[in-house]
Design a protein around this ligand. Structure first.
Ligand code: NAP
Length: 241
């Protein structure tokens, strides 16, 4: 039977490449996000379904699940890069709500909809789920929270033959990494090359992770061979952590 896959934030960056990877595997893929244009561009020519939904909105998330999915990838996320003194309450709340509450609402709806044996819940977390960073207090706190959720859900769904795992990438070559690089350029008045070096400095491979490498990890976690991998935080960071 064709497996049904949902990717939140599937119109851009990592989510788009994950959606394409599952489509290439012959899965029936739905991409969700708030903006129609990127979703349409991602779905074009791939036979993918697209749905508008804000992952922080309980009703909109529930409405994505009129039928259960076999694989649900909570990828939608956002970040703010600033030391704690400079983070506004609004930025803190937005970061926590999108990353942590969004993942909670997505996984809860997936299970309430009746995810079946063999089901897979995958959160796109971060190396910031496993270590803090001076410039990312809100992001790291929210991504640590995602990992706590994943580990707890994993304990709960195991006997139903479902797994729940987190993928923890280092800096990935997407718009989000480019925003972080621009932020460093502005903050320290340095050229792009130097800011990029700072960003990849923590990765022993000294390069950005590719979205394809994250997507390949998601495909593995969704495979039959990964049936016993549960509650795991899979670092995709070139050995950074
Ligand atoms: P991105 O291109 O900015 O993707 C974020 C996606 O999330 C967008 O498609 C966005 O679409 C969607 N989104 C944001 N807020 C949403 C909301 N409230 N409801 C529904 N969708 C929402 O960045 P990315 O790098 O691919 O990031 C994807 C995930 O990977 C994130 O969870 C991020 O934290 C994680 N990650 C990224 C990196 C990195 O270096 N790039 C490293 C580790 C982990 P709309 O704006 O249209 O809703």
């Amino acid at each position: 039977m064709t497996r049904r896959v949902l990717v939140t934030g599937g119109g851009t960056g990592i989510g788009k490449v994950i959606a394409h990877a599952f489509a290439d595997e012959g899965c029936e893929v739905t991409v969700a996000g708030r903006r129609r244009e990127p979703l349409e561009a991602a779905a074009e020519g791939r036979g993918m379904d697209l749905r508008l939904a804000d992952v922080t909105n309980e009703e909109q998330v529930a409405a994505l699940f009129e039928r259960p999915y076999d694989v649900v990838i909570a990828n939608a996320g956002a970040g703010v890069a600033a030391p704690i003194e400079e983070v506004s309450l609004e930025e803190w709340q937005r970061t926590v709500t999108v990353n942590m509450t969004g993942t909670f609402l997505t996984f809860r709806a997936a299970l309430r909809a009746g995810m079946e044996r063999g089901g897979r819940l995958i959160a796109i977390a971060s190396t910031a789920s496993l270590q803090g960073g001076a410039q990312i207090p809100a992001y790291a706190a929210s991504k640590h929270g995602v990992l706590g959720l994943v580990r707890s859900v994993a304990q709960n769904v195991a006997k139903r033959g479902i797994t729940c795992n987190a993928i923890c990438p280092g800096f990935v070559d997407t718009e989000m990494a480019e925003t972080a690089i621009s932020g460093l350029m502005a903050r320290y008045e340095i050229p792009h090359e130097k800011a990029l070096k700072m960003v990849v400095g923590g990765n022993p491979m000294q390069r950005l992770i590719t979205p394809e490498e994250v997507a390949a990890t998601a495909v593995f976690l969704a495979s039959q061979g990964a049936a016993s991998v549960n509650g795991h935080a899979m670092s995709v960071s070139g050995g950074e952590i």
